[in-house]
Write a protein that binds this ligand. Structure first.
Ligand code: PMP
Length: 404
């Protein structure tokens, strides 16, 4: 076997499809977000505005978070030093889990090292704990949930995105007393649309199913205390498991689930992705807790974020750019071709100092490639105007899209 040839051809396939990934090397300085410097491939540095960060509110730069992380490092050092079971549980972890349970009005919460792992480990483990489980997964669920469903090794059905009639058809066909899990998201990160939480909860009640809601792109951002769309819609208590991340609106790192104590206890006891790994660094837990607690009270920051997103959408639409109309803070602009998407992104970065990563397959289905902008409360009107002008210029140059 020529291993080198196999790997070379795997990379060549990705290149041929125009979706070879190049990571922009950003030199960041605290307090400057969303401005940064980009280290070009030939070693120069250029000032850029970052338009694709998931640190949606800039909390990763806020003193309340960074100071609590520094304090924790000074108190307990760098790493957790073990798995949760073997010396890796500190009071920072315990307090953060309490804070997260309180955020969602649940009895308990459980930390994981990322949102990805929380989805993958929890869903796969539910398949092991519940014999004959049937999982119903929304067609646009995140890769981490899809991997969890695979790992659950049980019967599964994919329901058409946000189509509750299709979901009901599938539920109806299953044995009445079989254990069932409906897995879906609140804010879909690439299209910026919202899952039908109430309708799913109604179906779950009718067919005796559990519900699993990924609120990764909503926690910190929606609801009066940042509890997500489920808080905003008053539905948190109807959901069996709410999953979230500490790496996006909270600006740090880590993932979690919140649920009844007995469910958390079972996952804690059974999930390899929780059990057999070093726990989050205590400083990350300290920073995340500071962020979660801070955002329970600063609703004005959430409102400002929504206002910024609405303003950017309006400016893009006024300029005749193909912005997708979303009910959330996510601002996708359609491109529909991976090569063009990369070309637009490169031109924005190299010629205009605007950094937005192209979003190509497999992150989104082929033919729906896009640029995904994530305005924060720190993006000014002037930055938005600069973005709109630059985008209009590169669109006109590289695509056939007619721009007003
Ligand atoms: N769920 C969704 C919907 C996501 O978009 C992501 C990350 N892109 C995750 C889970 C994983 O979260 P994390 O980045 O904390 O691993």
């Amino acid at each position: 076997m020529d291993y080198t040839a196999a790997f070379t051809s795997a990379v060549a396939r990705v290149r041929a499809e125009g979706r070879y990934r190049v990571f922009a090397n950003l030199l960041r300085r605290k307090g400057e977000f969303p401005r940064a410097r980009w280290r070009t491939p030939d070693g120069d540095t250029r000032d850029v505005t970052v338009w694709c960060s998931n640190d949606y509110l800039g909390m990763g730069q806020s003193a309340c978070v960074t100071e609590s992380m520094k304090k924790a490092i000074d108190e307990v050092g760098a790493g957790a030093g073990g798995t949760r079971n073997i010396s890796g549980t500190t009071n920072y972890h315990v307090e953060l889990e309490r804070s997260l349970a309180d955020l969602h009005g649940k009895e308990a919460a459980l930390l994981f090292t990322s949102g990805y792992i929380s989805n993958e480990a929890t869903i796969a483990t539910l398949g092991k704990i519940l014999p004959n489980l049937i999982i119903y997964s929304d067609a646009l669920n995140h890769a981490s949930m899809i991997e969890g469903v695979r790992g659950a090794k049980c019967e599964k059905h994919v329901w058409r995105h946000n189509d509750v009639a299709h979901l009901e058809e599938l539920l109806k066909a299953a044995p009445k007393d079989a254990p069932k899990l409906i897995a879906f998201e609140s804010v879909y990160s690439m299209d910026g649309d919202i899952g039908p939480i109430k309708a799913v909860c109604d179906l779950a009640d009718k067919y005796g199913a559990m519900t699993y809601l990924d609120e990764v792109h909503a926690v910190g951002l929606y609801g009066l205390r940042g509890g997500g769309i489920s808080e905003r819609e008053g539905l948190a208590d109807r959901l069996t498991i709410i999953e979230g991340t500490l790496g996006k609106a909270y600006g740090v790192m880590g993932g979690y689930i919140a649920a009844d104590a007995v469910i958390v206890d079972a996952i804690r006891s059974w999930a390899p992705g929780f059990i057999f790994t070093t726990s989050l660094a205590p400083a990350l837990a300290a920073g995340a807790r500071a962020s979660v607690e801070y955002l329970k009270s600063d609703h004005a920051l959430r409102e400002k974020h929504q206002e910024r997103a609405a303003t950017l959408k309006a400016k893009l639409a006024d300029a005749g750019l193909p912005v997708m109309d979303t009910p959330t803070h996510i601002v996708p602009v359609k491109v529909g071709d991976p090569v063009l998407c990369k070309r637009l992104s490169d031109a924005l970065l190299e010629e205009h100092g605007i950094y937005v990563q192209p979003i190509n397959y497999p992150t989104v289905p082929r033919g729906t490639e896009r640029l995904r902008f994530t305005p924060s409360p720190l993006h000014t009107d002037a930055m938005m105007d600069e973005l709109v002008d630059a985008l209009r210029a590169v669109y006109q140059r590289y695509s056939n899209v007619r721009v007003a």
